[in-house]
Design a protein around this ligand. Structure first.
Ligand code: HEM
Length: 113
């Protein structure tokens, strides 16, 4: 568990820009349990964060994950900031470009930002 849930500095590049998974072990330090529940339930984030699936998680499970993640302690560094489309990318990244997808219309159905 040493470096689990500590985010990643490898970006995910798509039509939304370049997103980096957040370091939840650092982020959670600044939140109370109630704030975590509220934040997670209402989170809308960029791909590939599956934020819509968080809405299926029960309040008691969010409370349990809060306790679990807090118990791991603050480890790692903050993930790089999101880079808007066309911005300078200073990290390694994964290109989220579909191939042979004739009917591809982008990630707009899961992108809220
Ligand atoms: C239960 C599992 C997960 C939880 C509780 C969770 C939670 C979160 C939270 C709280 C944030 C921070 C949002 C913010 O600060 O605005 C975040 C961001 C992010 N997560 Fe997750 N996450 C989970 C799974 C995943 C998975 C499986 C992936 C990738 C396959 C992922 C990718 C990302 C990315 C790329 C961001 C940054 C999004 C942005 O820039 O808007 N997450 N996640």
């Amino acid at each position: 568990m040493q470096m689990r849930i500590t985010g990643n500095s490898i970006g995910h590049k798509g039509d939304w820009g370049v997103s980096y998974p957040a370091n939840l072990r650092l982020l959670i330090q600044n939140l109370t349990e109630d704030q975590w529940v509220n934040f997670s339930k209402h989170l809308e984030a960029r791909p590939p964060m599956p934020w819509f699936t968080l809405q299926m998680i029960s309040e008691s499970d969010f409370r349990a994950t809060y306790q679990f993640i807090r118990s791991l302690g603050p480890v790692g560094v903050l993930s790089p900031n999101f880079v808007p489309p066309g911005g300078e990318i200073k990290t390694q990244y994964i290109d989220f470009v579909p191939v042979n997808a004739k009917h591809w219309h982008g990630f707009s159905h899961v992108t809220s930002k």
